[in-house]
Design a protein around this ligand. Structure first.
Ligand code: PHB
Ligand code: FE
Length: 330
């Protein structure tokens, strides 16, 4: 079956299989699922992933529109964002696959892979499973196809143009707007700053309580833009359990641990070789180099401030060696 979407991209989806799930084709890649697993096949190999882990990774790749650099679903499958086109790869950043020459990579126009991934996420996500939620705040991804969860997978993505709370921009969260405080942040003060703008400056002066805002986040591992100054993006997020992707950077990223604790496994971006383990505690600041990949583990819901530089020139400056992969040399 071909699903026509609003863009020119035509998704290649098969009829539902015996478990009710469609099989999707993208170039020479084929994606299928059954009750427990997602399978990826390509001309030189195949791969299996647990359905819940696969859907959590797919959800982020879709919601972030392929993010910065590389989104590894795991050690084998992933995407590289070229900002207009996207590589889909198997084993490309895995030393063993590379040495055995079993890796495979295809480049797609962004609308085609975007629409295919969106359709797959929708078809494979059952009612009651929320790929953005923490494990204890959602149901099961498993079993035969059972309804859908469009509300969860098409959440509004927060991208403030100036700052949360500014007139006409993203607004603060409240019970009334459908964002109750999370069970693990019930002790977070909900006071909001009082702002007395001079007449004529009401649209330009604003403040909000970031901790209160984050205490009401209903998702995990989802950096969202709460303030922007040119290319400088403040992207805080709340984390619990494991970051469902392994992010390969194409620029330096800064982390400020606002509460609780996150353990980061940091590896070489291209080979996956272990480089360092970083345990971040409240107040800790880390500058993650541009040539690494990392995955975070949060034993309890925590608040992390991710600071991104969205300058589109950065990937080329780094890959050509004109910028070093680290922010500071000691
Ligand atoms: C990252 O890879 O930099 C990243 C991704 C998602 C998060 C936090 C950090 O929630
Ligand atoms: Fe990252």
């Amino acid at each position: 079956m071909a699903i026509d979407t609003t863009t020119e991209a035509t998704v290649d989806a098969g009829e539902p299989n015996e478990f009710g799930y469609r099989t999707f084709r993208l170039g020479e890649f084929e994606f299928s699922r059954n009750e427990y697993f997602a399978y990826v096949r390509w001309p030189t190999g195949s791969h299996v992933a647990s359905a819940d882990a696969f859907l959590k990774a797919l959800q982020r790749d879709v919601a972030w529109d392929f993010f910065y650099g590389i989104v590894n679903f795991d050690g084998v499958i992933g995407t590289v964002n070229h900002y207009g086109t996207v590589d889909l790869f198997a084993g490309r950043y895995n030393d063993s696959y590379r040495k055995a020459e079993l890796d495979h990579l295809e480049n797609f126009d962004t609308p085609l892979i975007r629409e295919t991934f969106k359709a797959m996420l929708d078809d494979w996500t059952n009612e009651g499973f929320d790929p953005f939620a923490s494990p204890t705040e959602t149901g099961s991804a498993f079993g035969p196809k059972n309804g859908d969860n469009k509300r969860a997978i098409t959440r509004h993505r927060v991208t403030a143009k100036r700052m949360v709370g500014v007139r006409g921009d993203e607004q603060i969260r409240s019970d009334d707007s459908g964002f109750p405080m999370n069970r693990q942040f019930l002790d977070v003060s909900q006071d909001e700053p009082e702002v007395y703008a001079e007449p004529g400056f009401e649209d330009d002066v604003a403040a909000f309580n970031l901790f209160a805002y984050l205490s009401r986040s209903d998702v995990t591992w989802n950096p969202s833009v709460v303030a922007a100054c040119k290319n400088s993006l403040a992207c805080p997020t709340t984390e619990e359990y494991i970051l469902p992707i392994i992010h390969g950077n194409d620029r330096v990223e800064w982390f400020v641990q606002l509460s609780d604790q996150i353990w980061w496994n940091v590896e070489d971006r291209d080979t996956g070789q272990a480089r360092v383990k970083v345990v971040m505690k409240p107040g800790d600041v880390a500058s993650m180099p541009a040539d690494i990949r990392h995955q975070g583990y949060a034993p309890k819901r925590s608040m992390l401030f991710v600071w991104e530089n969205a300058d589109p020139k950065l990937p080329e400056l780094l890959s050509s060696g004109r910028l070093p992969p680290v922010a500071v040399d000691f």
